[in-house]
Design a protein around this ligand. Structure first.
Ligand SMILES: NC(=O)c1ccc[n+]([C@@H]2O[C@H](COP(=O)([O-])OP(=O)(O)OC[C@H]3O[C@@H](n4cnc5c(N)ncnc54)[C@H](OP(=O)(O)O)[C@@H]3O)[C@@H](O)[C@H]2O)c1
Length: 288
């Protein structure tokens, strides 16, 4: 066991990318996977195959686990919890805040929860953003190795912060993705190919991205002055999306959901405010 040795448990698409980056960076890398054949290519590159989870865990002071989710993490690590001792456990499996807190409670003091905001090909490059939260001392101790996986950011002592940021980004991405798919369906109903919509879609996404700093400031300050368009003006535009969808025979459920939130905000007195005021509808689940 050397200072720069590291163990990777879980060699799916992401685990293989993580272990491969560590091998390339020159770390003594021990790997384990439930289906052992997935370690073959890594062993050919210089990784060491562990015959059991116990052997894998005891091989390194830093243990990284990246499997499907919290249930799999528990299944793998609960039987060897005693072997972890003061080793640092970094969990890069996706999950919720609650799962992160539960896993942290099983490994007190030496646990980092992480979230990978990148696809496997980016791992090992600065383009791979990976956030960590939990034991600050553990992050400091192994920061150099973690930086070999991508751009590492420590978010804070609460182990839930990484999962929370991951789900926040996912929520944003699915909002954009489904907005694009709905618009493509709308255009497709008129025979317009999705490909020709791309320049307009990109411009729309860029425009909204440009609004975000101002909206973020308003959200943090709790006041929503309408600097460009009022919520009332936005609501009229959303109505057009709903009606256009209905006329085209496209499911209007997605814009109707957006309209419902905007209507509630107007009813709550925000018609003359900026669109950012709709956040109060998302905060108050009782009003939905
Ligand atoms: N791929 C991405 O683009 C990406 C991006 C960001 C985050 N992530 C996260 O990274 C994690 C792994 O993703 P992936 O793409 O590597 O998934 P994957 O290719 O489907 O691999 C899943 C891994 O989990 C293991 N596993 C599942 N259940 C298990 C159990 N009960 N006991 C032991 N091992 C178990 C699998 O082992 P077997 O090989 O034996 O089945 C395999 O190693 C997920 O939480 C995912 O959300 C992935």
């Amino acid at each position: 066991m050397t200072k720069n040795s590291v163990t990777v448990l879980g060699l799916g698409l992401m685990g293989q990318a993580l272990a491969g980056a560590l091998v390339r960076a020159g770390h003594a890398t021990t790997v384990w996977n439930r289906s052992p054949a997935k370690a073959d290519a890594l062993v050919a590159q210089g990784a060491t195959r562990a015959g059991s989870v116990r052997d894998a865990v005891t091989a390194s002071p830093l243990v990284i686990v990246c499997v499907t989710g919290a249930d799999a993490v528990r299944e793998i690590l609960d039987p060897v919890a005693g072997e972890l001792g003061d080793r640092v456990l970094v969990n890069l499996s996706s999950g919720t805040s609650r799962e992160a807190r539960e896993t942290a409670a099983r490994h007190p003091g030496r646990y980092l929860d992480g979230a990978i905001m990148a696809a496997p090909p980016a791992i090992g490059t600065p383009e791979a953003a990976i956030v960590y939260s939990g034991a600050r001392a553990a992050f400091d101790e192994h920061e150099q190795i973690l930086r070999d996986l991508g751009t590492a950011t420590f978010l804070g002592d609460d182990p839930a912060l990484s999962a929370l940021h991951e789900t926040a980004v996912l929520g944003l991405m699915y909002g954009i993705l489904n907005g694009f798919l709905h618009s493509a369906a709308l255009l497709g109903a008129a025979g317009v190919p999705a490909d020709s919509f791309l320049p307009f879609a990109r411009a729309g996404i860029d425009t909204v991205a440009g609004w975000l700093p101002g909206y973020a400031r308003q959200i943090d300050e709790g006041t929503y002055p309408a600097l460009d368009a009022t919520l009332g003006t936005h609501l009229a535009a959303i109505e057009h999306v709903v009606h256009e969808s209905e006329d085209a025979g496209v499911d209007p459920a997605l814009p109707a959901l957006v309209r419902a939130a905007a209507r509630r905000a107007v009813s709550a007195g925000h018609g003359g405010d900026s669109y950012a005021s709709v956040i109060e509808q998302f905060r108050d689940k009782e009003s939905a």
